[in-house]
Design a protein around this ligand. Structure first.
Ligand code: PEP
Ligand code: MN
Length: 415
């Protein structure tokens, strides 16, 4: 399918300074023209053996101007849903006044958790979205979940497509979309699946890559989590970081769906920038309170302007350091959490032993057995490169806590 708009579309991105003191480039430093195509191009084609970002990648990015070429994150803003002609045009016109905003998003088909909620305007919404593009010059992006959506989005000159989190969980749907986009040169942004499943996310990239889709980017929108958290979708930053280390595709952070509220947007966007995100997706509505979907997380274009002005854009190099560190810290957090689970399990078994000793009238502390265990642990620890001091300290503390727990069980018995 021909996308005539793609070649005509020009966007100002060169000369934006990622270290601008106010955090956002002023209009005076925005100059030059770059085609949308190059703006959205991937850092280097997916399929190159995965390796951490290095000189090779930078060289490739230089030879083919990439998504991240200017060091300035791509800002995609717009309503959760296209609701009416007035709403999308008024929102788009206000967003077009913000120089950093490079793309207008708007949901046309809305996947809803429960039936009977607003499910998007469908084809009519595409007419309005195209009108908003015509009125502002902003390229547009929307979510597609079926081959029919793809066909319609292309018919109405949508410039970029994203695959939603609920679709990425289903390989059949992803394959159908990849097949529908075979031979179409359009940027496709793949959101993370709802569940924290890196392989499912990687698999979606593979399906599009095999279909020959070249302009791929990842969208991090957080993950469903088994515990209550302040976020609507828990970020688990280490997962998108690992994805970009494995695939080296640009990463856009959808802070709106991560936060689920307005209050946390700024801090979350800053965190994403500190981790070298290549773009931000932020839901904006001309009247957020009246929004038909995701009213709590949308902000006005005016609020977006202040938010962008409050952000500190860092140099790519320092962000890459942060991103690598965050990946490792995430791993430490996971290990600590496993250690805690193991400690709790150990204490539970220790309590069972306490009960047994109580009913069989056995002394709590059996020093000879403990000394032997500790000596064995010190020897195993040495094999693993762990110092005897560490092993002694850790296991003495654990043993002491066990004795105390068993002592309590004995005392309960007396009572
Ligand atoms: C959206 O972007 O409006 C949306 C539905 O997002 P997600 O697929 O991340 O839930
Ligand atoms: Mn939304």
């Amino acid at each position: 399918m021909e996308l005539s708009m793609m070649n005509d579309m020009h966007l100002e991105i060169e000369g934006m300074d990622s270290c601008h003191p106010s955090g956002v480039p002023s209009e005076s430093v925005v100059g030059g023209q770059q085609e949308l195509h190059s703006l959205l191009n991937v850092r280097h084609p997916y399929g190159v053996p995965s390796s951490p970002v290095g000189t090779q990648d930078i060289k490739q990015a230089d030879s083919s101007p990439a998504f991240t070429h200017s060091d300035t994150p791509l800002i995609i803003a717009g309503p959760c849903s296209v609701e009416s002609e007035e709403q999308i045009i008024a929102t788009a016109q206000a967003l077009a006044q913000i120089p950093e905003v490079k793309m207008l998003r708007g949901g046309i088909w809305k996947p809803r958790t429960r039936p009977d909620a607003f499910e998007g305007r469908g084809e009519q919404g595409l007419v309005w979205l195209r009108e908003a593009k015509r009125a502002t010059g902003l390229p547009t992006a929307t979510e597609v979940a079926t081959p029919e959506h793809v066909e319609l989005a292309l018919k109405y000159d949508v410039d970029a497509l994203w695959i939603g989190a609920r679709t990425v969980v289903n390989p059949f749907s992803v394959q159908q979309l990849a097949d529908a986009l075979r031979g179409v040169d359009i940027p496709v942004y793949i959101k993370n699946p709802v569940s924290p499943d890196l392989n499912l996310w990687l698999g979606a990239f593979e399906r599009f890559q095999k279909a020959g889709v070249k302009q791929l980017a990842a969208v991090h929108r957080g993950f469903a989590y088994y515990k209550e958290t302040p976020y609507r979708n828990y970020p688990m930053w280490e997962i998108p970081i690992e994805l970009t280390q494995r695939l080296n595709v640009p990463l856009i952070t959808d802070v709106s769906h991560i936060c689920g509220n307005r209050e946390m947007l700024q801090a979350t966007a800053q965190k994403a920038l500190d981790l070298a995100t290549d773009g931000l997706m932020i839901e904006c509505h001309i009247n957020p309170e009246a929004a038909l979907t995701d009213a709590r997380q949308q902000i006005t274009p005016e609020e977006l302007k202040s938010l962008l002005a409050s952000l500190t854009f860092r140099s790519k190099q320092s962000c890459d350091v942060e991103r690598d560190l965050a990946g490792l810290r995430g791993e430490i957090d996971d290990i600590d959490s496993e250690l805690l689970q193991l400690l709790a399990r150990r204490m539970a078994v220790s309590a069972q032993i306490g009960e047994y000793k109580k009913s069989n009238n056995v002394a709590v502390v059996q020093m000879d057995r403990w000394k032997k265990i500790l000596a064995d642990h010190v020897a195993t620890g040495a094999d693993l490169g762990l110092s005897p001091i560490l092993i002694n300290k850790v296991f003495e503390a654990i043993h002491q806590a066990s004795i105390e727990r068993q002592g309590c069980i004995m005392d309960d018995n007396k009572g």
